[in-house]
Design a binder for this molecule. Structure first.
Ligand code: FES
Length: 112
């Protein structure tokens, strides 16, 4: 797959370092809300769906609780490691956010 065939999500600079934004994208044929997390020059993306009760992770549209490399679900406080999406504490401990593969090319985050 060439870079031109990739679907761009956002500019890396749209995301404050150490934080996340919400981006809508078509994943597997469905329009989905994605949480896109930035750590320096890298990005990770997850479906904006908590494995506990299926609620959105954001406390307001596009506003996520991200602290010290952890993503905290606004519904019941499940805390996920931003680097891998694994729930460390909370009602879905041991479960993971659904990873959506992305790549950063020339400062733009693309779906793989
Ligand atoms: S829906 Fe996320 S912790 Fe309950």
């Amino acid at each position: 797959m060439t870079p031109t065939a990739l679907s761009s999500l956002c500019r890396l600079d749209d995301i404050p370092d150490g934080n996340a934004i919400d981006v809508e994208a078509v994943v597997a044929g469905e329009t989905e809300s994605l949480l896109v997390y930035r750590k320096g020059g890298e990005a990770r993306a997850y479906l904006n769906v908590c494995p506990h009760a299926g609620r959105r992770l954001d406390y307001a549209p596009g506003k996520f609780l991200v602290r010290n490399g952890n993503i905290i679900c606004a519904a019941h406080g499940a805390t996920f490691t931003a680097d891998d999406g694994l729930c460390q504490t909370g009602p879905c401990k041991g479960q993971s956010l659904r990873d959506v593969p992305v790549v950063v090319i020339d400062g733009t985050v693309h779906l793989v």
